[in-house]
Design a protein around this ligand. Structure first.
Ligand SMILES: C[S@@+](CC[C@H](N)C(=O)[O-])C[C@H]1O[C@@H](n2cnc3c(N)ncnc32)[C@H](O)[C@@H]1O
Length: 425
């Protein structure tokens, strides 16, 4: 486990420099001495994600122990990793400390051993007092940046605390059953025969009692089932799909919602665009694996002159690029990587996408706008601004008890999502 602590430290240094967590973990794995077992990979993943969930709490706990000054990045990151293991895992404390001492020597030579040993032992001794001090500020208590907490407090005066606490939880593993192959009850039985227990959510969803590696899921390789949060599974249902329609998924990669559309209705002419070439390749491979046909294109949706054939669409799904503030429990690095100024910049991009795509919808057709965000600038304000400038747009109600005014609040079974359904009149 010394190696896992070392790799988790390498990954954390990268996230502290502004790199995305998945990328940082992939890079860290490449530096492993020898092949990692599945168990070791899972342990590294757990620590990598766990540290981001509680990062501010951990940094606050360590700060008084640094006394003179913060140590250099690898030692600081190693201590954050060690603090996480001591405070949030069941690893034996003496093992955490002795491994960290060895890892410190690998990074900084034997001179760093005493310091790391002293800090972690003091943390163990003063654990309760340090935690109390750390939790005295909202940033330490909820492990989110100050501006993020303030925004939620302003926009969700009743629910902000629940939202922040939810973002520190482990997300469930949720499946979407491919209706081309079976229905939810049949697939639930297949799972149960494979020793996997689950419960239904939404129309095609199953929530597993425990996450499993995907190759344990019956028929996964053949596309009988996909992994997708329950809130993301609303999109195709809100589009009001029928056979023969021409549908555009304007920001489609890696193709989760596009595949769901095709699973529900096979004779749809689907255009799936994305402006990220790598993600378009992934999407094409996914469709191929699942035996689905779509017109996939690497294209910028705000430049229809480059890709559009001039025929109007019956339906458009705009699953817009957003802050991801509704999916922090799945991507806990998001809250540290985003900056307050990103929000108006993203809102401007979303507004441009909406305005460019609206003329491509036929009369009587629909555009569904979605984000996995909780921030009003990207959601309700975007919707209201759009309705204010488009006199031929009418808002259709979303008939769902969880989707209050289009906003799905994050709860045990759902990520935070927003939907607005516009009809062209
Ligand atoms: C929320 S993700 C889409 C997820 C996808 N709908 C799914 O369900 O798997 C947003 C996507 O928008 C793409 N994107 C951002 N700006 C775009 C643009 N101008 N044109 C096309 N795609 C864009 C990003 O590359 C990203 O893949």
């Amino acid at each position: 486990m010394i190696e896992i602590q070392r790799l988790a430290t390498i990954a954390l240094v990268q996230v502290m420099l502004g790199k995305n967590l998945d990328h940082a973990l992939t890079e860290a794995r490449k530096q492993a001495k020898g092949q990692l077992t599945d168990h070791e990979r899972a342990a590294l993943q757990d620590i990598g994600y766990g540290v981001q969930r509680f990062r501010q709490e951990l940094e606050n706990v360590l700060q008084p122990l640094y006394l003179k000054r913060k140590p250099d990045p690898p030692i600081d990151a190693l201590l954050v990793v060690g603090a996480y293991q001591l405070l949030h895992t069941r690893m034996a404390p003496h093992a955490v400390v002795s491994h960290a001492v060895e890892v410190a020597a690998l990074f900084h030579g034997p001179g760093a051993k005493g310091f790391v040993n002293g800090v972690l032992r003091n943390l163990l001794r003063q654990r309760e007092a340090l935690l109390e001090l750390s939790h005295a500020t909202p940033e330490g208590k909820y492990s989110h940046p100050h501006w993020w907490i303030e925004t939620l407090q302003r926009q969700y005066p009743q629910e902000w605390e629940e939202i922040l606490l939810m973002a520190q939880q482990h997300p469930p593993m949720t499946l979407r059953v491919n209706r081309r192959h079976s229905n939810r009850d049949q697939y639930q039985q297949r799972l149960s025969q494979a020793g996997i227990t689950s419960r239904p959510v939404g129309k095609e969803g199953l929530i597993l009692s425990e996450p499993v590696v995907v190759n344990r899921l019956p028929g996964f390789a053949e596309g009988h089932v996909s992994v997708q949060d329950a809130a993301a599974q609303y999109a195709p249902h809100l589009l009001g799909l029928h056979g023969g329609q021409r549908v555009l998924d304007a920001c489609a990669a890696p193709g989760g919602k596009a595949a769901h559309i095709l699973e529900l209705i096979s004779d749809i002419q689907l255009w799936a665009l994305d402006k990220d070439a790598g993600r378009v390749k992934k999407m094409e491979a996914n469709f191929e694996r699942m035996g689905m046909k779509a017109h996939c294109a690497f294209a910028d949706a705000t430049r229809p002159e480059d890709w559009w054939d001039g025929v109007l669409f019956d339906r458009i799904l705009l699953d817009a690029p957003c802050s991801g503030s509704g999916v922090v429990r799945r991507h806990p690095d998001i809250k540290w990587l985003r900056r307050p100024e990103d929000i108006p910049a993203l809102a401007a991009v979303q507004g441009r996408l909406l305005e460019t795509l609206w003329p491509l919808v036929r009369k009587g057709g629909r555009l569904v706008y979605s984000t996995c965000s909780l921030f009003r600038e990207e959601n309700q304000e975007q919707r209201d601004r759009f309705l204010g400038i488009q006199s031929d747009a009418r808002l259709l109600p979303v008939q769902d008890s969880l989707c209050r005014e289009g906003q799905i609040h994050p709860d045990r079974d759902h990520d935070g999502f927003f939907y607005a359904v516009f009809q062209k009149i």
